[in-house]
Design a protein around this ligand. Structure first.
Ligand code: 7PM
Length: 281
């Protein structure tokens, strides 16, 4: 298995990759408003890289349930200076969390290599063409509904089968648009139109998605299902987030989108040593 994003290429199996989260929004649930100032955002990005992140995922529009949409000029203003600075200053692969082809294009021009599309191409039909034309990496995330409505009454007959069928269908449509399978990471979209029970079923059923033979990305970091299960505030969910990452690594997930890069990298490296996946001589 391979994943390519512009000039980058990873071959699997290989040690897990960590994607550090950098929100440049005024309203994200665990770090909202902290990094709206570009200088602070860039400093935070450099810190994530120093902690071992190979990807930085930069987002300028909150995906919080019910969050207000952001217009393109505002999203560009938030995101592009940070992409440009981190692409120039760090070795990290820059990912941009956007649903807009205009933002994706500008970000790729500014040095980004991956598009993290939480809407899986429901909003802007130009987005896949941009991914095809640039050879960018593409995170294909499953969501039922839209960020505005997704948590109102999510319903599935069999969430694991339905998410898996969604990926198969989108992979075919992506190929029709000129996006090669090698460019795609599959992400079950934990918390996006899912109840607690759906999230747990998906985590338990990751092996089914892994049978699609594409690398998987997972975002569980500090999510509310952990709070619901264990009663902790977002910044007190690190242990459970890391536990989920180790669990998911066992099921074949290879890319982890996290807030707590140092702790996650340390846990994943330890797991790899115990599995004899890493050369320790
Ligand atoms: C409310 C709900 C606030 C969800 C914040 C979130 C993912 C993502 C996010 C994910 C990919 C968060 C999320 N989650 N992109 N963006 N996968 N690809 O906890 O799971 O960061 S936003």
């Amino acid at each position: 298995m391979e994943f390519t994003a512009r000039q980058y290429r990873w071959r699997f199996p290989r040690p897990a990759l960590v994607m550090g989260i950098l929100n440049v929004t005024p309203d994200s649930f665990s770090d909202g408003g902290c990094f709206l100032d570009p200088e602070r955002a860039v400093a935070r990005g450099e810190e994530l890289v120093a902690q071992g992140a190979e990807f930085i995922d930069i987002g300028g529009e909150s995906t919080r349930p019910g969050a207000a949409p952001v217009d393109e000029s505002e999203e560009l203003r938030r995101v592009i200076p940070v992409v440009r600075a981190l692409a120039a200053k760090t070795q990290a692969v820059i990912s941009v969390d956007t649903r807009k082809a205009g933002v994706a294009r500008a970000a790729l021009d500014a040095g980004a290599s991956v598009i993290n599309d939480i809407e899986a191409h429901r909003t802007d039909p130009e987005l896949w063409k941009t991914v095809a034309a640039t050879g960018a990496g593409y995170v294909l995330m499953h969501m039922q509904g839209t960020p505005q409505t997704m948590q109102q009454d999510p319903h599935y007959e069999d969430v694991v089968q339905e998410v898996s069928a969604f990926f198969e269908e989108r992979l075919l449509r992506l190929e029709e648009q000129g996006v090669r399978r090698e460019q795609v990471l599959l992400d079950p979209g934990i918390g996006f139109g899912k109840t607690l029970a759906h999230n747990l079923s998906l985590l338990r059923g990751l092996g089914v998605i892994s049978a699609l033979k594409r690398p998987m990305l997972l975002g569980v970091s500090r999510k509310s299902f952990i709070g619901r299960l264990l009663g902790a505030e977002p910044d007190q969910r690190i242990g459970a987030s890391v536990a989920c990452a180790l669990w998911a690594a066992e099921a074949g997930v290879t890319v982890f989108r996290v807030h707590d890069v140092a702790q996650t990298v340390q846990a994943l490296r330890m797991r790899e040593i115990l599995n004899n996946q890493t050369n320790t001589r």
